[in-house]
Ligand binder design. Structure first.
Ligand code: 5GP
Length: 263
C-alpha cells in the first residue's frame, strides 16, 4: 500500500492518504507528550510497540463484535485503517480513581469505583481537552443523542472486554481514553460508528495486579523511568513479543532488529 500525502500530524501519530479514498495509513511515532505539550520527549521504540499492542487489542475487540477502524498492520510502525470522521470527543472510562479525577473531585487515589465511570472531554488542545457533559455535546452538535447512546453502550462493552484481556495477564485496567469516528460501510452503503485512534499504554492506565507497578504513560508523565520497559512488559504479557527481546537493547535506526512472534 503506497503512502500518499500527509493528511494530519498529531502528537503521537501521522495519517497519510492512500489511493483508496476510504483508507488511510496510521503511522506511530516515538514522540511522547504530556501536560498539554509542556513535556516532550522521544521514547525509542514506543511507536513500534503501540502499533503492535493496538493491533492486538483492536483485533480482539473486533472478534467480539466491536466495529473498529483497523484494517491491517502494514509494517513495524504503520497500519491501514478506515478513514473516519472523528467525533471531537475523548471518551474516558474509569474503573479505579487516579489522575485528573482524584484532583478534580478530591477522591482518594486508588479508590475502586462501584461502577465504571464514563466521562466526556472536548478534544481541543488549546483548551486542554476540558471535561464536558452530554448536554454540551448535544448543544454544540458534536454528536447526536442517538450516537452517544450507541457509543456509551459500545464503550461499556469495550471496558468489559479490556478488563478481561488485561486481568488475564495480571494487569489492572485503571482507566482509558478512546475515540470514535464515522466511516462508510460499503456493504450497507451507510455511515457507521467505529472505534478509532488507538488503544495502547499511551491511552490506558495499566497497573500490575500484585505490585501496582505502572506499565503505561504515567511512567513518562511522572518521571518514573523505564518508560519503554513498561510498554514492553505489556506487549510481552500479551504474547506478542518473545521473552528474550529487550527493546531497549535494539537499534531503532533505519533497519530495526526487534523481533516479534508471528501471528
Ligand atoms: P486523566 O483525565 O486522569 O488525565 O486521564 C484518564 C485516562 O485517559 C488515562 O488513561 C489517560 O491516559 C487517558 N487520556 C486522557 N486524555 C488523554 C490524551 O489527551 N491523550 C492520551 N494519550 N490519553 C489521554
Amino acid at each position: 500500500m503506497n503512502k500518499g500525502s500527509k493528511l494530519y500530524e498529531g502528537k503521537a501519530k501521522i495519517l497519510y492518504e492512500t489511493k483508496d479514498k476510504n483508507l488511510v495509513i496510521q503511522h506511530f511515532k516515538d514522540d511522547a507528550t504530556a501536560f498539554n505539550n509542556l513535556k516532550k520527549a522521544k521514547v525509542e521504540g514506543k511507536g513500534v510497540l503501540n502499533n503492535r499492542i493496538s493491533e492486538y487489542i483492536l483485533t480482539n475487540l473486533a472478534q467480539c463484535g466491536i466495529k473498529t477502524h483497523f484494517v491491517k498492520r502494514l509494517n513495524m510502525r504503520e497500519q491501514l485503517i478506515k478513514k473516519a470522521e472523528i467525533f471531537p470527543i475523548e471518551f474516558i472510562v474509569r474503573n479505579i480513581a487516579t489522575g485528573s479525577l482524584t484532583k478534580r473531585l478530591d477522591i482518594s487515589e486508588g479508590t475502586v469505583l462501584e461502577r465504571p465511570l464514563l466521562e466526556y472531554c472536548y478534544k481541543k488542545d488549546q483548551l486542554q481537552d476540558p471535561l464536558i457533559s452530554k448536554e454540551h455535546i448535544y448543544s454544540f452538535g458534536w454528536a447526536t443523542e442517538t450516537e452517544i447512546n450507541q457509543i456509551d453502550k459500545m464503550t461499556l462493552r469495550i471496558n468489559d472486554l479490556l478488563l478481561g484481556i488485561f486481568r488475564g495477564i495480571g494487569i489492572k485496567l485503571v482507566d482509558f481514553k478512546i475515540e470514535y469516528g464515522k466511516t462508510w460501510n460499503k456493504d450497507t452503503d451507510e455511515k457507521e460508528i467505529v472505534l478509532a485512534d488507538e488503544i495502547s499504554p499511551d491511552t490506558c492506565r495499566l497497573w500490575d495486579v500484585k505490585t501496582e507497578k505502572k506499565l503505561d504513560k504515567d511512567r513518562f508523565r511522572k518521571d518514573l523511568g523505564n518508560v519503554i520497559q513498561g510498554y514492553q512488559e505489556v506487549a510481552r504479557r500479551l504474547g506478542i513479543m518473545p521473552e528474550e527481546t529487550n527493546i531497549s537493547e535494539v537499534n531503532f535506526g533505519k533497519t530495526t532488529s526487534i523481533k516479534f512472534k508471528k501471528k
